[in-house]
Design a protein around this ligand. Sequence first.
Ligand SMILES: Cc1ncc(C[n+]2csc(CCOP(=O)(O)OP(=O)(O)O)c2C)c(N)n1
Length: 355
Amino acid sequence: MTKWNYQVTDATEISSALAKAFYIASSGRPGPVLIDITKNAQIQKFDFDGYQKCDHIRSYRPKPIVRKKYIEQAAEIINAAKKPFVIFGQGVILGKAENEFKKFIEKSGIPAAWTILGLSALPTDHSLNVGMLGMHGNYGPNVLTNECDVLIAIGMRFDDRVTGRLDKYAKQAKIIHLDIDPAEIDKNVKATVPVWGDCKETLPLLTDLIEKKSHTEWWEKFKKYEKEEKEICIDKEMHPSSEELSMAEIIDALNELTKGNAIIVTDVGQHQMVGCRYAKFNQSRSNVTSGGLGTMGFALPAAIGASYGAPDRTVIAIIGDGGIQMTIQELGTIMQFNVDVKILILNNNFLGMVR
Ligand SMILES: Cc1ncc(C[n+]2csc(CCOP(=O)(O)OP(=O)(O)O)c2C)c(N)n1
């Protein structure tokens, strides 16, 4: 469950354990750490000689060494591709590689779709942004995953909500997988070319080696499916025939108010899926959601955190009538610290996602 954990049994170790914990949690692929301080260490008296920051641990390499051989192989495959497709995840955001990513897709002309945690790494209205992948995602990127000849996965882990049945997933495609965590490569989907490394380093190397292209005919296929999805599904969701408001039309109205500039924090459920499908984003780090952990009750405390992290931005929590009850006591925190969080409860009178 954790990236690192440590039990402190002697109080003199607390300071160095904390320093290591902060270093490990925030370096390379970030992740949670656990320090368990035993009772005897908590009450032990000792001479404290100060806190020293940690920035190196022998045997821990936060970023794998980039192997040029794989970058060259990847570039060769991309240059020969007729129907290449990029799928991107949170690695682009955590690696602060949004610009490097944009340069890569703009030079290669490759349509790109996002996983739920990759959302907002690329502006929603970018012409090469073809939408959301997976179970609740858009029609085009899902159908065309099984038609592309090269699939370039960047900072994503082929979660089951993206792939569905692995034995039927993109079998026809060569897979290029860029990831900082070697454990993710070949875990769910076997990579034809593994590109280990921080995508902030690997993407520019790859961009240098690829030819400038535009895959217009291929891109138009995505647009054709987009039009079809709009006519068959999205228009009906946005303009339902009944008097009742639909979740999609509420998010659509929200977009008009935020103009894509707000931080949107979603809880877990149908409102989360609809929120992520329809919310618009102009800048990165604007979508906060619990992703694969799927934790109801996440949105309200996370929105408080987002408001402290980005005090100048509008923070909107989108929550279901079920999820709000899980951490509703945080309304007290909001009152006590006068936190500016806007809360949108999409009340469908049931635990929609489960029902
Ligand atoms: C803590 C927790 N308990 C249970 C679940 C399983 N679960 C996922 S979505 C969901 C329903 C959420 O209902 P609501 O918050 O009303 O949102 P809606 O789906 O109706 O939009 C449940 C029970 C979960 N993800 N997390």
